[in-house]
Ligand binder design. Structure first.
Ligand code: NAI
Ligand SMILES: N[C@@H](CC=O)C(=O)O
Ligand code: NA
Length: 440
């Protein structure tokens, strides 16, 4: 047993999906948790905008409508921030740190945008800011990268890290649902952000891959340079063409360390259909890490929802409770590397990224078109690996789908501009990246 048997007193900001899940899990597993920690984790105060939402929840502590009341409560040892947003949440967390409280947050948007400031403040004050719930929900990916892979040089990470968009893609293309129907259900199930544009336009995945890049490579948090594309432009026909070519389309977050800098990007990606990541469906997430000693390791689990996210919040509370009396210099550093050893690497522009590509080109239905496309691509040393063109007798224009070997994106963009300027090409070219996810 711990020498200090007083309960660890928890304050919570926000009692929505994750806040309520956290209270539920703490109550349900109280005995198990106390056996692990050596003392109770007790929720003593929560900020709740609409207190009627607590009906049916056996809430044990004080309730305030004003979140500052929780932050200023001297009886709170650890503050759980699960209200979201990047304005007020930042001020509340900085004030909590200033008053010596430890913080657990699920707020990836806040940490991606203000993480450097928040972690520096926590480091100065000697308190912890724990954020397992902020990345890939229940999957202990922060712990895996920060601690499990601490002996490795990590080469790259690739992950399906937005449950909502993965759920939408699964329901649309496997079950035939409409985009709106799938999004509404994801919201009802508690997977989506308050602003679901963050999910479907890639911002949420970008927040998460930005945080993972920091702890994988020892670089400061740099969300502003993350390239972001979402799933709105995907059409059913792309999913079917991809399948014909042997691929599935997933929204991936990718962070790759190269000799000249770091690639940091989120976009729909074709991946081989027999790869394990291709089988991650619904709200599930998975992160593939490629590192020198471990080789490839894969982390899979529920990436969104009340209880799964609460699982990570409570794990952080347990970590904090176990180490709150330790010398701060003996704790795991926030960003995995010692704060004074973080070193920025240039984040590479997309023009410098190398990848294979899928192009869908809408062109007039007549002879000689393919030759014109191949000629332009050849001028940029880009070679074609495979082609799909279906006969559509009588149609004025047809889609031509090309799978291209690896090339520099800057070269491909120039070639695409030339292709789009051809009189026979009738619409903007759709370009998707293709990743083999091979080791190394
Ligand atoms: N829902 C999920 O699956 C996951 C959510 N997260 C993150 O967890 C955080 C919370 O997400 P959810 O629980 O899904 O959102 P939610 O919208 O269900 O809950 C947020 C709650 O905070 C309350 N709130 C907001 N401002 C407040 C204020 N000033 N005073 C008092 N209450 C206030 C809202 O009324 C709401 O009840 C967000 O940062 C989100 O990005 C992270 C991982 C998964
Ligand atoms: N909206 C997010 C929730 C978890 O981070 C998602 O869908 O993954
Ligand atoms: Na996690």
């Amino acid at each position: 047993m711990s020498t200090d048997s007083r309960p660890v007193r928890v304050g919570i900001l926000g009692m929505g999906t994750v806040g309520q899940g956290t209270v539920r899990v703490l109550l349900r597993n109280a005995e198990e948790i106390t056996r692990r920690v050596g003392r109770d984790l007790r929720v003593v105060h929560a900020a709740v905008r609409s207190p009627q939402r607590l009906q049916g929840l056996d809430f044990p502590g004080r309730v305030s409508v004003d979140p500052w009341a929780v932050v200023r409560d001297s009886e709170v040892d650890v503050l759980v921030e699960v209200m979201g947003g990047t304005g007020l949440a930042r001020e509340l967390i900085l004030a909590a740190i200033d008053s010596g409280k430890h913080v657990v947050t699920a707020n990836k948007a806040l940490l991606a945008e203000h993480g450097n400031e928040i972690f520096a403040a926590a480091q100065r004050r000697g308190v912890m800011v724990a954020f397992e719930a902020a990345v890939a929900g229940a999957i202990p990916i922060i712990k895996a990268i920060r601690e499990g892979l601490a002996g490795n040089r990590i080469h790259w990470l690739a992950g399906i890290i937005n449950g909502t968009s993965n759920y939408i893609l699964t329901q649309m293309f496997r079950e035939g649902w409409s985009f709106a129907e799938a999004l509404a259900k994801a919201q009802e199930l508690g997977y989506a952000e308050a602003d679901p544009a963050l999910d479907v336009d890639g911002g949420d995945a970008a927040h998460k891959i930005t945080l993972m890049a920091s702890i994988a490579f020892g670089i400061p948090v740099d969300f502003a340079h993350c390239h972001v594309e979402g799933i709105r432009s995907l059409q059913g026909e792309d999913v079917h063409y991809a399948a014909e070519l042997g691929y599935r389309i997933k929204l991936l977050g990718i962070a790759r360390r190269r000799d000249d800098g770091v690639e940091l990007r989120v976009h729909p990606t074709l991946i081989p259909q027999d790869h394990l990541l291709a089988h991650v469906e619904g709200p599930f997430n998975a992160v593939l890490a490629d590192s020198d000693a471990a080789g490839q390791s894969l982390y899979y689990g529920r990436g969104a929802g009340g209880d799964p996210t609460a699982s990570a919040v409570v794990a952080d509370l347990v970590d904090v409770a176990r180490t709150m009396t330790a010398d701060p210099s003996n704790r795991v550093p926030h960003l995995a590397f010692q704060a004074d050893a973080l070193s920025p690497l240039p984040l590479l522009p997309m023009a410098e990224v190398e990848s294979a590509y899928y192009l869908r080109i809408q062109a007039e239905n007549r002879a000689g078109v393919l030759a014109q496309l191949a000629t332009i691509l050849a001028e940029y040393q880009i070679s074609i690996e495979a082609l799909v063109q279906r006969e559509r007798p009588g149609a004025a224009s047809v889609p031509i789908v090309l799978l291209l070997h690896r090339c520099r994106e800057g070269d491909l963009e120039q070639a695409i501009a030339r292709i789009e300027a051809l009189p026979v090409v009738t619409a903007a070219v759709l370009r998707l990246r293709v990743e083999s996810l091979d080791e190394g």
